[in-house]
Design a protein around this ligand. Structure first.
Ligand code: NOJ
Length: 744
């Protein structure tokens, strides 16, 4: 019956589209808004506010401080909740949906959200790792696979992509992002939105994406999670805003306000962020959910007197949905009655939530997600194979004195706390991922090299020795030809609330490295981590260092693919690995100072530098080795002069001069020579992954629309200037081949 009412409303809605007064909206959006407006007319104030409230349940996954315990079913029946997050079971979501549809007065379906951030069941490497593939198509496809599994799980909405740029590896959540660069970050955020939402949001295998955390959550002071963010608007617009913007442009239908305050105002109460910038300037038309309790936390920030004040500020800032705490539901009606929040505002917030539910097709069929046969959808062999390929492409070879790839028939001592660690490899927050499906490094190597050729010893825990561990490790090493030492950080040392001030491999594991090295055997470090680290010690002592990250369900076979030489490493860093923690935040796209360390040195003292430490990270953005060598030559600026609005074209020759086939990421960097404001020394403006057979040569042509060279000016508007630019191409951010072009 209710479905019938909705169908009639749909027809009415469609008929009204033509007279819409919102020309910037797509037809689907206009249709959705009309539908929502019609429904809103029938809703009580409390029901409308209910749509703005998201709760969790007693059995849901815990992703924040304990919420107030509520009677979930009563809330649904009374129309006092519009959404739930983190429910772990499909049947539970379907059960709650049934209550919403059949037992609440208007039968409005719930929207279920979950953090599906790097795969659902088939777990891909953590996001920072995936970004090191520089493979935009693969990233989109991984999000597509995640969406298909997520929809089958019964979840409508993922809290992803995380678009926060960060250059501070003390912050644990760098594992969830795409690294330090806004250009690459923008390509990745857009790809993920496309992957999740597909062509048709109402299909039963696409899900709503969520742009998070708006805004600048990755710039918390001193790398401490949830900490204050303060920076110039110019810096924000140039370096932090682009990935959020491109996710909006790709049509993401939801966004999440961040925990942090931003230039003095908690993001969840910032009208400038959530309305002026996000909606009026960037053109976002979906709904915004707060982060977990972030509305109420304005009381802790001491910018709201109490929960009621916090709800009032958030509603008036244009924040649609209150995640967990419940201030919206508790105070919403009072605020309207007292005239502090207008009913018009409530209607607007509600219509944006209902419109997304409508666009997902939930009014048409509230149960269409979760009905699929899980056995057919989850962990499909082709998807697992794809996850293996992505994991292999994500791993970054930092050093190698020739020990890799291993020779056939070699006897391996596999040692370390990450060697056989199914839970760690799926990362800090795997969502619906299951450790029991992980194929560990041990398993992967045994499959590839034969079980009898792999001698395993754990050797140590992450931060403490284990009894007899070192002895076992040394014994294993002595019996083998080579040691693969799988060390680094555990899954509990990555992700939310895991800030660190030391980013070296913990001492207990360093002792393990020292002990196996003393046996005289060659040692390959397989570094498992969700963040960039200070790896001076490992680089100095090991014969090779391969960053394997927390590589997801198929990490083990991917490691075997690389160390055996079946595949050639091709990952390139998207976050600089610092020389030491004292340098951070360290990133390649620094601004030029008035006293640059490099350049005409009249004076050796008064320069922008450290006394005893280099300015540069140990491994810069873009860096990554393979088992072959690529030679870059013949950079040609094909368009030395371009008019504003035109396209700059640059080509470079890349040759595989080694003996193995391989893949590399050709990168293009630009510097604006004189600008109205200070500009970065280099900015990535193009890249291409290429596959070259041994001896093969290819000319890569980059095209840079002049609009990609826009920057924020003194009046805070962003546009491109005419002028001279330097350009470099090569295999990392230190590329040496240089050219010049002029924009007229
Ligand atoms: C807090 C995290 O900051 C956010 O990323 C996540 O989506 C929510 N918790 C919900 O789990």
């Amino acid at each position: 019956m209710k479905k019938h009412i909705f169908s009639l409303m749909l027809v009415a809605a469609a008929a009204m589209v033509a007279c819409s007064d919102a020309p910037h909206l797509s037809l689907q959006e206009q249709e959705a808004y009309k539908f929502a407006d019609n429904l809103i007319e029938k809703m009580t104030l409390r029901e409308k506010i209910g749509q703005l409230q998201q709760f969790t349940t007693r059995t849901a996954a815990i992703t924040g401080p304990d919420g107030v315990k509520r009677d979930t079913e009563a809330c649904i029946r009374n129309g006092e909740v519009g959404s739930f997050l983190s429910i772990r079971k499909t049947e539970e979501m379907l059960r709650l949906q049934k209550i919403a549809v059949e037992e609440s007065r208007l039968g409005i379906p719930l929207i279920f959200g979950y953090d599906i951030i790097h795969g659902c069941r088939t777990t891909f490497p953590e996001n920072l790792a995936v970004s090191c593939t520089w493979d935009i198509e693969a990233i989109e496809h991984s999000a597509r696979i995640a969406a298909i599994e997520t929809a089958a799980a019964g979840i409508h909405w993922t809290f992803s992509p995380m678009c926060d740029i960060s250059a501070d590896p003390r912050w644990g959540r760098v594992s969830e992002g795409a690294g330090e660069d806004p250009y690459l970050g923008s390509k990745i955020s857009a790809a993920m939105v496309r992957g999740y939402q597909g062509e048709d949001l109402s299909a039963d295998n696409t899900i709503a994406a969520c742009i998070k955390h708006f805004a600048a959550y990755g710039a918390g002071q001193a790398g401490r999670d949830y900490h204050t963010v303060d920076m110039s608007e110019m810096m924000f617009r140039d370096r932090f805003l682009p990935p959020y913007r491109s996710a909006v442009e790709s049509g993401a239908v939801t966004a999440m306000s961040s925990f942090n305050d931003f230039m003095g105002i908690p993001a969840s109460g910032s009208k400038w962020l959530l309305h002026t910038l996000l909606r009026e300037e960037l053109g976002f038309t979906g709904f915004v959910v707060s982060d977990y309790n972030a509305v109420h936390e304005m009381v802790r920030h001491a910018t709201a007197a109490d929960g009621k004040d916090a709800a009032c500020q958030a509603m008036n800032a244009h924040l649609n949905m209150d995640m967990v705490y419940g201030d919206y539901l508790k105070y919403g009606e009072e605020l309207v009655k007292e005239g502090k929040v207008s009913e018009k505002r409530i209607n607007q917030l509600c219509r944006e939530v209902l419109a997304v539910k409508y666009r997902l097709g939930l009014f048409d069929d509230p149960y269409k997600y979760g009905r699929q046969n899980h056995d057919e959808v989850m962990y499909r062999p082709d998807n697992l194979q794809f996850a293996r390929e992505v994991a292999a492409k994500s791993m970054v070879l930092l050093s190698n004195n020739g020990v890799l790839p291993l020779k056939e028939g070699v006897k391996i001592a596999l040692i370390g706390p990450l060697a056989d660690a199914p839970r760690d490899q799926i990362g800090a927050w795997p969502g619906w991922g299951q450790a029991e499906h992980s194929v560990t490094i041990r398993k992967g190597l045994e499959q590839r090299f034969g079980a009898k050729n792999v001698i395993y010893a754990k050797g140590s825990d992450f931060r403490a020795p284990i009894k007899g561990g070192i002895d076992d490790a040394v014994r294993a090493a002595r019996k083998a030809d080579v040691v693969l030492l799988s060390i680094g950080l555990s899954y509990t040392e990555s992700g939310e609330a895991t800030s660190l001030t030391e980013i070296t491999v913990p001492e207990a594991q360093q002792a393990l490295l020292d002990a196996v090295k003393r046996t005289g055997k060659k040692v390959v470090v397989l570094l498992g981590t969700g963040r960039a680290m200070d790896v001076r010690n490992e680089i100095e002592k090991a014969d090779a260092v391969l960053v394997t990250w927390h590589g997801g369900t198929m990490e083990g076979p991917a490691v075997a693919d690389l160390v055996s030489g079946d595949k050639n490493p091709s990952g390139h860093l998207t976050m600089s690995f610092p020389y030491c923690v004292g340098q951070v935040p360290v990133h390649y796209n620094n601004k030029i100072t008035g006293r640059p360390r490099k350049g005409p040195e009249h004076d050796k003292k008064y320069l922008s530098r450290y006394m005893y430490t280099p300015n540069e990270p140990l491994f810069a953005f873009g860096y990554g080795l393979s088992y072959t060598e690529f030679e870059y030559s013949d950079l040609q600026v094909l368009t030395p002069e371009v008019s504003l609005g035109g396209v700059v074209k640059v080509s470079v020759k890349v040759k595989n001069v080694g003996k193995r086939d391989g893949e590399d990421v050709a990168q293009l960097y630009v510097r604006d020579l004189v600008a109205e404001t200070t500009r970065p020394m280099r900015e990535l403006k193009g890249f291409e992954r290429l596959s070259l057979k041994a001896g093969e040569e290819k000319v890569v042509e980059f095209e840079i629309p002049t609009s990609d060279l826009a920057y924020c000016h003194r009046d805070l508007t962003t546009y491109t200037d005419a002028g001279d630019f330097l350009v470099w191409a090569g295999a990392d951010s230190d590329a040496k081949l240089e050219g010049k072009f002029t924009i007229k």
